[in-house]
Write a protein that binds this ligand. Sequence first.
Ligand SMILES: *Cc1c(COP(=O)(O)O)cnc(C)c1O
Length: 390
Amino acid sequence: MTGLAEAIVDLDAIAHNTRLLAEAVGNAQLMAVVKANGFGHGATAIARTALAGGASWLGVTSLSEALELRAQGITAPLLMWLYAPDEDLARATEHDIDVSVSSVAALEKLAAGRPANVHLKADTGLSRAGATADEWPHLITAAARLQDRGRVRVRGIWSHLAHAENPADPALRRQLDAFADARAQAAAGGVVAPLTHLANSAAALQLPATHFDLVRAGIALYGIEPVTGREFGLRPAMTLRATVILTKRVPAGSGVSYGPDHVTDRETTLALVPVGFADGVPRAAAGRAEVNVRGINCPVIGRIAMDQIVVDVGSLPVRAGDAVTVFGPGAAGEPTVADWARWAGTNPHEILTGVGPRVPRRYEGQTGPSSVQVTPRLRQRQNGWPTGSV
Ligand SMILES: *Cc1c(COP(=O)(O)O)cnc(C)c1O
């Protein structure tokens, strides 16, 4: 590799995970959730790969994420679910983007423009978005009225699970019951949507009763096993690599990185690796984290800084220019995203989405090796340098 660090995204793994999910959900359609820049992997590349591999829908959080996919020429059905009260949702309709609706106010605002495709969201126990059981009848009444007048098209009725990891959790049963009630009320109120959807990754893989017409898969698409203690054969897609930029031999008693946290207890070799918390290496993992150098997992010592970490490589013959795997699929024993999540006391989602914008994403597999994709700001700077300058 060239440069300080890169995130290699294995599109064959994304394709594999898409196929595995599509098989698991049988007749239901699959929505690839590509919010937050495709969980840090790059939304456009993931969207294209997932659509080629069997997904038929895309899901994002925001209007800007949705518009970016449309700007890249992606025409697949697309749902967005969060927006501010003053957001210009006419732009969503213009670009054929379906919009989640949790309130009568939002529905009426959407109905004022060109007929929008909406997915009515019921809050069945997460207490985030979605209409509560009290609000739902009003939302249904308004939707029936506006649909009859041709002002909106109700394409979906949906909700989101809080407890899909544990099939025996009574809270899951309560959510399923609440969702059944919401659907029955919609039908009784004359709102029949072609799509009912509820499942996330964990539910897609282990709860067939939640599949309905469409499942929304995020984390599993990226190869992270969504259910603790169960293996479904997913393949992690992202490898975070960096280059050793300096090594040094230090005596026992050398302080390492900021503060008093680490002092060497023997003579050893330290390797300087230019990734830090701005790149997604979580500061909270200090004292536990390891990275793989020359096939060996070596401890990250001292505090994790914004831009760099120090690795104790002992007596390994490590040299500047050597590749370091911060995390990868784990097949060669290197740390995984799940390891980093454990070390940092967080979930794999936060590790993946934390990989910073200055880390270029490089895509492998599927369409063959591709050029390094740099963030727009970096590309601008690179283009700003006269050719041949150093
Ligand atoms: C993020 C998200 C998903 C994907 O969840 P995973 O557990 O990552 O599969 C599905 N639905 C909604 C509404 C989401 O916000």
